[in-house]
Design a binder for this molecule. Structure first.
Ligand code: SF4
Ligand code: SF4
Length: 169
């Protein structure tokens, strides 16, 4: 990965403009699960890949022409939404069943706690506003985000008509 000021080559020929402090570090904190309380937008390649891991009729829902991992009621008090719901794939032990059983997760889950916007046809990446308040994994390790952007920004984002991360269920 090479960098030129705040422009970083994340995958060969695919650059992102980094808007956050390059000293930012991140390591997901076990048992946190805060970011798994919502429904996850599935890009078309994710939707197709998910078909190999799960029953789409059970696990997904459509809203305004887009596909999402649906939420379901969870027997837990924390990190659920106001209805007590969280992501269909969030297990009781706090792990993601897709990640645990299939070593895979939707692109949108990889991006968190970052957020993607597009300006002048370039992908810009910053820390999601809600993550500053809720994500426990920011600045708790030595793992600089800017050095590991390929783990957060799957190459598929550069193939999408609209890779912006503003949409949630
Ligand atoms: S798919 Fe997995 S990582 Fe993504 S929100 Fe659901 S439980 Fe969390
Ligand atoms: S909110 Fe942050 S620390 Fe918590 S599960 Fe999500 S990415 Fe990990």
């Amino acid at each position: 990965m090479s960098s030129d000021a705040r422009r970083v080559e994340v995958h060969p020929g695919k650059e992102a403009v980094v808007e956050f402090d390059p000293e930012l570090t991140f390591e997901c904190v076990e048992e946190c699960t805060w970011c798994c309380h919502h429904g996850v937008l599935l890009y078309e390649p994710d939707f197709l890949a998910l078909a190999d891991c799960a029953n789409l009729a059970e696990a997904t829902t459509s809203f305004r022409g887009e596909d999402f991992v649906r939420q379901e009621r969870k027997d837990r008090d924390d990190h659920v939404d106001e209805n007590g719901d969280a992501c269909f794939f969030l297990r009781e032990d706090g792990l993601c069943s897709l990640h645990a059983d299939h070593d895979w997760k939707p692109a949108r889950c990889s991006v968190f706690p970052l957020t993607v916007t597009v300006e002048d046809d370039e992908i810009h990446v910053d820390v999601r506003e809600s993550a500053h308040e809720h994500c426990e994994g920011l600045d708790v390790s030595e793992r600089r985000v800017v050095d590991n952007l390929d783990a957060f920004l799957p190459a598929v984002l550069w193939e999408l008509d609209d890779p912006e991360t503003r949409r949630e269920l």
